[in-house]
Ligand binder design. Sequence first.
Ligand SMILES: Cc1cc2nc3c(=O)[nH]c(=O)nc-3n(C[C@H](O)[C@H](O)[C@H](O)COP(=O)(O)OP(=O)(O)OC[C@H]3O[C@@H](n4cnc5c(N)ncnc54)[C@H](O)[C@@H]3O)c2cc1C
Ligand code: SF4
Length: 333
Amino acid sequence: MKPFGYVRPASTDEAVRLCAEGAGARFLGGGTNLVDLMKLGVETPRVLIDVAGLPLDRVTRTADGGLSIGATVRNSDLAAHPDVTESYPVLSQALLAGASGQLRNAATTGGNLLQRTRCRYFQDVSKPCNKRLPGSGCPAREGTHRDLAILGHSPECVATNPSDMAVALAALDATVVLLGPEGERAVPLTEFHRLPGENPDQDTVIRPGELITEVVLPPPTPGAASRYRKARDRASFAFALVSVAATLRVEAGHVEHATLAFGGVAHRPWRARRAETEMRGAPATPAVFQHALIAELAEARPLRDNAFKVDLARRLALDLLGELTERQPARSG
Ligand SMILES: Cc1cc2nc3c(=O)[nH]c(=O)nc-3n(C[C@H](O)[C@H](O)[C@H](O)COP(=O)(O)OP(=O)(O)OC[C@H]3O[C@@H](n4cnc5c(N)ncnc54)[C@H](O)[C@@H]3O)c2cc1C
Ligand code: SF4
């Protein structure tokens, strides 16, 4: 590992100011991704600004009945928080499906959103990679890509976003709040992560020096049930081959409200807007769900070894929507 500086700011303003002082400064959350990448030589920051001690470790109700999640709240604390388990179970389930207990105890909300792709070429500095070194090439396209993207990828990059938490946040219409040298701004979670296009080195729309301060959830949709499901290669801890987060409310046999997001299939959590539009107002039947999912996944462009993900995504979501439909009477009764 290359030598680096380390500072602990006393406030968010100081953190942002320190970051603006020169190139190569990076915020440090739990360090479970950044430090790993430093050991591999993928990341070589000049100085780490440790934000884990800032007073951003609270989960609080917002005035409108939503939830504010501070950027340094640990993943395990968030998963177990009563407001999350009661009102946003899909978020708790997604967090618990990610990493191991030990990692979740260290990982933070902000760091989880900004963790880098697990594409093996990105993590290996002896290999070319457009995300690590723009213009060097994408060996994954012809090489090992079984766990990579089927939707929204580009000739430049076929990487996937690895976060489970972000998939649930996409289905919940969360907003990311950022503080930077220019002040504060809020970005919908579904627009926070980018598709790769010609600039796969940019994972998100975050601007240089911006600090994530909180993630805000709108009030839970009355009467809607929510759930997360993840398919992975082993039962202990592994990144998603495909995952799905959904919220659903059925009234008189018809879909009154539905949100759906996929993980493990694209460079960002994939909000299934087309399927949602098809489902809304339609009878809550497997045939309707099936039709909506086929329409959504029609734009999938699988690579040589990952076509299985299209079918996996459809089946996983179909099963989940069926389960959420069955839960409706018990919940509203
Ligand atoms: C073995 C293993 C298995 C894993 N399995 C999974 C899994 O199945 N699912 C899953 O979702 N994740 C998984 N993870 C990833 C883990 O969830 C992430 O490493 C973790 O969430 C990152 O959080 P952190 O706080 O440690 O981030 P850090 O490593 O501290 O930071 C990550 C990035 O975020 C930036 N950053 C941190 N905080 C802020 C902030 N407030 N504002 C702006 N920038 C910030 C850092 O500069 C860095 O670029 C796994 C990790 C390991 C090592
Ligand atoms: S898929 Fe993206 S991250 Fe992986 S090698 Fe290609 S450019 Fe790099």
